[in-house]
Design a protein around this ligand. Structure first.
Ligand SMILES: [Zn+2]
Ligand SMILES: [Zn+2]
Length: 393
């Protein structure tokens, strides 16, 4: 099971006190401890801030994108709704853990920004291009919070975990941290959302937020329904969904025609490939001979691995591989060293990036149908290197 948050942060504080700063995420580590100093103490914080140069701040700022955090939080809201509806405990846990990860990402960004403010009070305010960049990032997070904080009721299903996180924050930090604190006491509102028709309890009659929501009949504005994403379909096809996720897919496709059709399309694709292979065998007898050498590999499973791979980029820390398989393309970003590699793919300028799935081969992006399309790739190595390029598939 999950380590309780207090032990996790204590371990992080000890890491900081030992002076063992991680190569990446030093800002986040400092800020995490700073924002929880009342519970954890602030040992090691000043020392770490003194050792930090403005280049590390610049690198963190360059790597930030509210564009990637916004879809992550919207997805977290969908998953939170699934956690509330989940019929069995295991299934709900899958969604709850995934949803909390979205909230934790917002919290880590807050920690880094807090560390930057503390750094400035020690070394003096940043200036020039760095100050501009800091301002841009702060504004982007301001807009993100402005849009999502009023939707905090979507995260009510995670309230017990959110309260645990909120209570570890310094009192002065809690109001800002809406992802953990807003609506954290509104558990009773779930009964309204699911129209269980119980008589409103004392909380619902006294809480201004809940009263406003009921007044404005936000029931229409229910949490978004989680549908199968491209990533879900990809993992379904590859057979890497967990038992709990498969169960959810089964349950969901029983009720949702759209997602059921997406699954059928995958299965039809397999059959079409089998038919094409069978015809090829009739036409080219030689193919039959070579295939006969490995009879156990015959079948749809071997057919679906007929794929073409092109290495688009090879660097010290990562390799980018474009994989074409059937009519579909996917991009693999494979870390080669020990440094953390993250990546984002943009299919349309200004639209949210594709969410990667981390698999045995590295980060995978399902690009959809191949043929005459192009996309933009961003790879971040550690905290301070960004690599960008366009590619077509
Ligand atoms: Zn309430
Ligand atoms: Zn659906």
């Amino acid at each position: 099971m999950v380590v309780d948050p207090l032990s996790r942060y204590q371990a992080r504080r000890e890491q900081l006190a030992r002076g063992g700063f991680p190569k990446d995420g030093t800002l986040e580590l400092i800020g995490e401890v700073l924002r929880r100093g009342e519970r954890l103490g602030r040992e090691g914080v000043d020392q770490a801030l003194r050792a930090l140069g403005s280049a590390e701040i610049d690198a963190w700022l360059r790597a930030q994108s509210a564009e990637t955090l916004r879809p992550a939080l919207l997805r977290a809201a969908e998953e939170s709704a699934e956690a509330a509806l989940g019929e069995d405990v295991e299934e709900s846990e899958v969604w709850r853990a995934s949803s909390l990860e979205g909230l934790a990402a917002r919290d880590r960004a807050e920690s880094a920004l807090r560390a930057i403010a503390a750094w400035e009070s020690l070394h003096g305010a940043v200036s020039g291009a760095l100050a501009e960049r800091l301002n841009t990032v702060r504004e982007a997070f301001g807009r993100l919070d402005g849009a999502l904080a009023p939707k905090a009721r979507w995260f009510i299903p995670l309230n017990s975990q959110r309260r645990a996180e909120r209570d570890l924050l310094d009192a002065g930090e809690r109001p800002r941290a809406w992802w953990f604190s807003a609506r954290a006491e509104c558990d009773d509102f779930l009964a309204v959302l699911h129209s269980r028709g119980e008589r409103p309890g004392t909380h619902l009659r006294a809480c201004p937020d809940c009263l406003r929501d009921m007044d404005q009949s936000v029931l229409v504005d229910a949490p978004p329904k989680r549908h199968l994403s491209a990533e879900d379909l990809w993992r379904f096809d590859m057979g890497t969904l967990s038992a709990a996720e498969l169960k959810w897919v089964d349950g969901h496709t029983e009720k949702c025609l759209e997602c059921a059709q997406a699954i059928w399309a995958l299965e039809e694709g397999d059959e079409a490939i089998d038919r094409a292979l069978a015809e090829q065998e009739r036409a080219v007898p030689a193919a039959r001979t070579s295939r006969a050498a490995e009879p156990s590999r015959r079948g749809p499973t071997s057919a679906r691995h007929a794929e073409q791979r092109d290495v688009l980029e090879e660097r010290r820390d990562f390799r980018v591989v474009l994989v074409r398989e059937r009519q579909r393309a996917r991009l693999l970003v494979q870390p080669l060293g020990s440094r953390a590699v993250t990546a984002a793919v943009f299919l349309t300028p200004g639209k949210p990036s594709l969410k990667p799935h981390s698999g045995p081969e590295g980060l995978q992006f399902d690009l959809g149908t191949a043929g005459g399309r192009s996309a933009h790739l961003m790879v971040r190595v550690g905290n301070n290197e960004i690599f960008e390029r366009d590619f077509s598939f």
